[in-house]
Each structure stands twice: as C-alpha cells, then as structure tokens.
Design a protein around this ligand. Structure first.
Ligand code: F6R
Length: 241
C-alpha cells in the first residue's frame, strides 16, 4: 500500500483525479469503478474541470458504481443514480448507457447476478473507494465474507446513522442496499482509497496496521497489489502516534 498525505482537500482531489485521467488516457476502452458519498465529490469536481479544459475525454469510458440503496426509485433525490448524474455524469461527455449502477428496484437476486456477470466481462481498470467509520468498503459491512460478490445487504445501524445527514431523518435511510462484493473490488487492477478527516482515523489505522479480518472489511486491501491511499493529516493522526 502506498500512502499519500495531503495538506488540503483541493490537492488531494486533484491527485485523485489525475490517477483516473492517466487510466483514461492509456486505455482505449477504460472501465472505471466509482463511488458515492462525500469522499469522492472533490475528485469528480476536478475531473469535470479537466473535461471542461479539454484535458480528458469520456466518450469511450464505461463505469460501474459500487452500490445502490434498495427500496428507493432511481429518480429519488438520494438514490446513487441521482447522485452520480448530478455530481458527475451530467457534466461530462460520457454516454449514459455506459454508466452502470446496480438496479435495486426490481428482483434483487436477478440484479445481483446481472451485475456480477457484467463485472466478469468488464475488468475495472481503476476503482475509487471511500471507507466507512466501521471499516466498510462499498456497503460490505463488518462480517461480510472476503469471497463475496455483488449481493444485497442489510445496512448496519452505524452506517445508517452516518448517512442520515443526506435524508430528512434516519427513518428515511434505506435499510438495505445492493453492493459489489469484496471479491469484485479486489479484481480491480488499481484501487485508490480516499479517507478524509478525523472521523476516519480509527478505521484507517485498523485497515493499514490491523489484522486482515472480515470484521474490518477494508483490511482485505492489504492483499491487493496496487492500492494508493490518499488521505489528510487528521485521518492519519493515530497512525503517527
Ligand atoms: C459509497 C460507498 C461507501 C462510502 C463510505 C464513506 O458508494 O460505497 O462505502 O464510500 O460510506 O462515505 P463518505 O464518503 O460519505 O464518508
């Protein structure tokens, strides 16, 4: 694992975007693995800026998102489809038909199977990850088997509390989601994980220095050959003790 510590969100986001730009430029048909949440927003802003400056072209890009809430329509203001359209896809020249997010509104088993077969046919060149305060990556909560593929999960209470800030109240936060599994994520050729702020410090410490255990899903990344962690001083405070 390579760890890069940044002084501010601006420089971190620029560096994160640069990894994606390099992959897009060096592949004829790049496949990107994307995430939602607060963490990657700065990176999406920088990618949009680069697109507007003519520095990157998304015409041949295909994307796969990590996860989607179950039980809310894709047009719901808090669906991850809406998030991605509003914060990224609507601002670049990507073909929207090349953007993939699990369909969590119909038959969930069918949706998971379909997503897995798409991921088998399309190797992800670069995947961006955030990390939950409980160590989840995508929505693989503590206890998820390392061999898991795309599946439907029950969100744990801590994750619902963390995400309640996007909803009117915690009662509105969906209880389930479809998520790529840990085995899907580990197949990505390159992974960048972004962790910003003191609230991520404990999870980050366990991920990097702790045992590799299903109780800390992100710890599986210790076994991936090409992971870069982009972080700030607040998040690495407990690492430096
Ligand atoms: C989002 C995702 C989650 C988030 C994590 C951190 O698609 O899969 O694992 O990356 O919950 O969320 P934020 O960035 O909001 O702190």
């Amino acid at each position: 694992m390579e760890i890069r510590i940044f002084e501010n969100k601006e420089s971190l986001s620029r560096a994160a975007a640069q990894y994606f730009i390099e992959v897009i430029k060096s592949n004829q048909k790049p496949v990107l693995g994307l995430a939602t949440g607060s963490t990657p927003l700065g990176m999406y802003e920088k990618l949009i800026e680069s697109y507007n400056d003519g520095k990157v072209d998304f015409k041949n890009v295909k994307t796969y998102n990590l996860d989607e809430y179950c039980g809310i329509d894709e047009n719901h203001e808090q669906s991850y489809r809406t998030f991605m359209n509003n914060n990224f896809f609507n601002h670049i020249n990507i073909d929207i038909n090349n953007t993939n997010i699990p369909n969590a509104t119909g038959d969930l088993d069918v949706a998971c199977e379909l997503y897995n077969s798409q991921l088998n046919e399309n190797e992800i060149d670069i995947q961006v990850l955030g990390i939950g305060t409980n160590g989840h990556i995508a929505f693989n909560e503590p206890g998820t088997p390392f061999g898991s593929k795309t599946h439907c999960i029950e969100l744990n209470q801590k994750t619902r509390e963390d995400n309640a800030r996007f909803f009117n109240s915690i009662d509105e936060v969906p209880t389930h989601a479809i998520t790529m599994g840990l085995a899907n994520i580990m197949k990505a050729k390159k992974i960048i994980l972004i962790a910003i702020g003191a609230q991520k410090a404990e999870a980050l410490r366990k991920m990097i220095l702790g045992d590799v255990t299903e109780d800390m899903p992100a710890s599986i990344l210790q076994f991936h050959p090409d992971v870069v962690i982009l972080t700030d001083r607040e998040a690495v405070k407990t690492l430096m003790k």
